[in-house]
Design a binder for this molecule. Structure first.
Ligand SMILES: NC(=O)c1ccc[n+]([C@@H]2O[C@H](COP(=O)([O-])OP(=O)(O)OC[C@H]3O[C@@H](n4cnc5c(N)ncnc54)[C@H](O)[C@@H]3O)[C@@H](O)[C@H]2O)c1
Ligand SMILES: O=C(O)C(=O)C[C@]1(C(=O)O)C=C[C@@H](O)C=C1
Length: 313
């Protein structure tokens, strides 16, 4: 059985992995009276119409935002400022405007100046994704048991923040609130740096002289294969992440390079104790993360999951 709609009209600007997943989840669970979306290219809009998930696919961002109670920008971080400027005159009084960008400080800085005072701006980042993009890549269960971080600017209406938090919880996410600056520092090490390492190592392997490309492909077992998955992530999205979270990423990269130098020295010196001690510590960290994941599994996970499954039938 579907829940009562939380919002009368939800506008999703951009219909890729994240926009498409929100649409599928919200549709299955009946979270919106009406879902309107738009995408930049006619071919994407045509594909979204064909998929038949949303109620209306419109031609422009302004048209999508017009009269919506909740507007979510599901587009690359670098495009958020321009789109905020474009939709601002069309926003309904009291509407909640949000985004899903992987970087928060730059998004707040780019969007806030354009949003009228009667709009509730509640930036968000669902920490859930895959290496795929585009209208066919989304799925309703993407956010189940994952975190969604909200970074409302100081003075944001608490009721609006709670309404958006409830929307994300309904999609299956666990919600946490923090400042954009803290978000960007944490995500620099947990998400942005790992992607940079994956992007680096895959091209390093490809450019090696003593090892052929076919050998790399043939013998890419577990570890390297995981890196190639991450390194297949969308170039536009990740270009924007590194351009807009420059300071935090550079800070974390500095720390990483120091630690890498320590391990390099241990290998060069044949210091087995240092290597063993290091790997023992990282194994404990991994086991701790897995345990936290199990402890924090939402108690009503099964129910939500079933509900999504039913709605999608
Ligand atoms: N992919 C992930 O794993 C992931 C996870 C969490 C958050 N995010 C964030 O979500 C956002 C969207 O990512 P995605 O993975 O859904 O991307 P995607 O490539 O699958 O979809 C992006 C959508 O944005 C539209 N778009 C692109 N440039 C635009 C522009 N200049 N103006 C208007 N629309 C534009 C595209 O037409 C498409 O509909 C990004 O900000 C990303 O940082 C991504
Ligand atoms: O699993 C993946 O493919 C992801 O990279 C998802 C991932 C992440 O780093 O965890 C990537 C970027 C987003 O901002 C959030 C989630």
């Amino acid at each position: 059985m579907n829940s009562a709609p939380m919002f009368r009209k939800v506008a999703l600007i951009g219909f890729g992995l994240i926009g498409g997943s929100i649409a599928r989840g919200a549709k299955s669970l009946g979270l919106a009276g009406e879902i309107v979306t738009t995408a930049r290219s006619e071919s994407t809009r045509a594909r979204v119409r064909e998929l038949g998930i949303v109620d209306h696919v419109v031609e422009s961002n302004a048209e999508a935002a017009d009269g919506a109670d909740l507007v979510i920008l599901c587009i690359p971080v670098g495009a958020c400022g321009d789109v905020a400027q474009e939709i601002a005159p069309h926003l309904k009084h009291g509407a909640i405007v949000s985004d899903v960008g992987s970087v928060k400080g730059a998004v707040v800085k780019a969007m806030a100046p354009y949003l009228p005072e009667d709009i509730h701006f509640v930036p968000a980042h669902p920490v859930a994704g895959t290496e795929n993009s585009g209208p066919d890549s989304g799925f309703a269960e993407l956010f189940i048991n994952r975190w969604c971080i909200l970074t409302p600017p100081e003075g944001t209406n608490a009721e609006a923040t709670e309404k958006l938090a409830a929307f994300w919880r309904a999609l299956g996410a666990n919600v946490e609130i923090m400042t954009p600056e803290h978000h960007d520092l944490v995500l620099a090490v947990t998400s942005h740096l790992p992607h940079l390492i994956a992007y680096t190592i895959v091209s390093t392997a490809e450019e090696l002289e003593g090892v052929t490309q076919s050998e790399v492909l043939k013998f890419s077992a577990g570890g390297f294969r995981d890196f190639t998955r991450i390194a297949a992530s969308d170039p536009t999205m990740w270009r924007d992440v590194f351009l807009t979270n420059k300071d935090a990423v550079l800070e974390m990269l500095g720390e990483f390079q120091e630690d890498l130098s320590k391990l390099t020295r241990a290998i060069r010196r044949g210091d087995g104790d240092a290597l063993f001690e290091h790997f023992t510590r990282t194994r404990a960290i991994r086991r701790g993360i897995v345990q936290i994941g199990q402890d924090e599994a939402a108690p009503d996970f099964g129910r939500r999951h079933k509900q999504l499954g039913k709605g999608a039938e």
